[in-house]
Design a protein around this ligand. Structure first.
Ligand code: ATP
Ligand code: MG
Length: 322
């Protein structure tokens, strides 16, 4: 963030935002600033505090310390006003399963204050946009996880909100539905410069659509930044792939690790992914493998991938735990 930024540049701010349940700290002193139009992914293991953060920002849960500003409002005080201008997809979609898809949306539109006629128009538009028109008259009790998420996303967008809170929009979806929803999120962000907070377990999804990623662990913000910045923070060294023609035993990984300047070596289906201190280490690794009669089919230095970052984040969690 630039030094000249003022509070109004940020559409979401949190200061010392905290919430405990009994004596369990769910969110602990969160400091956050999100610019208008930014897509911020919240990452972290189960229980990290992602949902609790989203609920506080959306004004459905009060912090017990600190405060937030969302669209210039305090969600703890003006929660209703915040929710009027934002759309939310909750973890469990929250549909009324006695109602049809259309009825669920119409009910939500009426609750948002649209006239019957307006509600119908908007609902039709959303059903069309989310390819749910043929399911419109079906009760949502019989919907699959993916169909529920789609409908809940359609509902979150009924009132064309300027900000979206999406709590695990793709969990439980098959790969094709995941790709659809992920690309839809990208479109929504670009289209109207919407600010989006996306809580997810999927780093690939976060990496594709998020401008920045925030990593939470046990309620604390561990790291925040653009994906490449995070990679540099969390991933030591230069990543490289070694194609050994297939999976290799641990001794081979140990052999690679024994080369000075190799920071780590992880097994991959095709061989190993390693981190090296600098490029000059690569030929030494290849020579060491060759000297031990291990065939090297390829060795590539590359930029850190989402998968590398994921492993780095994961191992940063475990290293602090142990
Ligand atoms: N309503 C509640 N009552 C009691 N404890 C809660 C409540 N909501 C959250 N917690 C606790 O707060 C912590 C953070 O939970 P939260 O749901 O925010 O995590 P999360 O990052 O969303 O996890 P997940 O990835 O599993 O969805 C957990 O330890 C959880 O047990
Ligand atoms: Mg959650």
């Amino acid at each position: 963030m630039s030094e000249t930024s003022t509070a109004s540049d940020f559409t979401i701010e949190a200061h010392a935002l905290s919430r405990s349940f009994d004596d369990r700290v769910a969110v602990d002193g969160l400091e956050l600033r999100v610019a208008r139009g930014e897509v911020l992914a919240l990452l972290g293991p189960n229980g990290a505090g992602k949902t609790t953060t989203v609920r506080m920002l959306n004004g459905v849960l009060a912090p017990d310390r600190g405060y937030a500003r969302v669209l210039g409002l305090d969600p703890a005080v003006d929660g209703e006003a915040v929710r009027r201008r934002t759309g939310v997809l909750t973890e469990n979609a929250g549909l009324d399963d006695r109602l049809t898809a259309r009825e669920n949306l119409e009910y939500a539109a009426r609750m948002r204050g649209f006239s019957i006629a307006d509600a119908r128009t908007r609902v039709d538009e959303q059903l069309e946009r989310f390819a749910m028109a043929d399911m419109a008259e079906v009760r949502t009790g019989g919907f699959s996880t993916g169909q529920r998420k789609r409908l809940a996303l359609a509902r979150a967008l009924l009132h064309a909100p300027e900000m979206l809170f999406l709590d695990e929009p793709t969990s439980g979806l098959d790969p094709a539905a995941t790709r659809d929803v992920t690309s839809l999120i990208g479109t929504l962000a670009r289209e109207q410069g919407r600010t989006i907070i996306l809580a997810t377990h999927f780093l690939g999804e976060a990496g594709r659509v998020a401008d920045r990623m925030a990593v939470l662990d046990r309620g604390r913000l561990r790291a925040i930044g653009r994906p490449e910045e995070l990679a540099a923070d969390l991933w030591d060294g230069i990543p490289a792939d070694i194609d050994l023609g297939g999976p290799v035993p641990q001794q081979v990984l140990d052999l690679i690790s024994s080369v000075t300047g190799v920071l780590r070596a992880d097994a991959r289906a095709t061989g190993a992914t390693i981190a090296i201190r600098d490029r000059a280490i690569m030929p030494v690794v290849v020579a060491t493998l060759a000297a031990n009669d291990i065939d090297v089919f390829g060795a590539t230095i590359r930029a850190a991938s989402m998968e590398d970052i994921y492993f780095a984040i994961e191992s940063s969690f475990t290293s602090e735990r142990t």
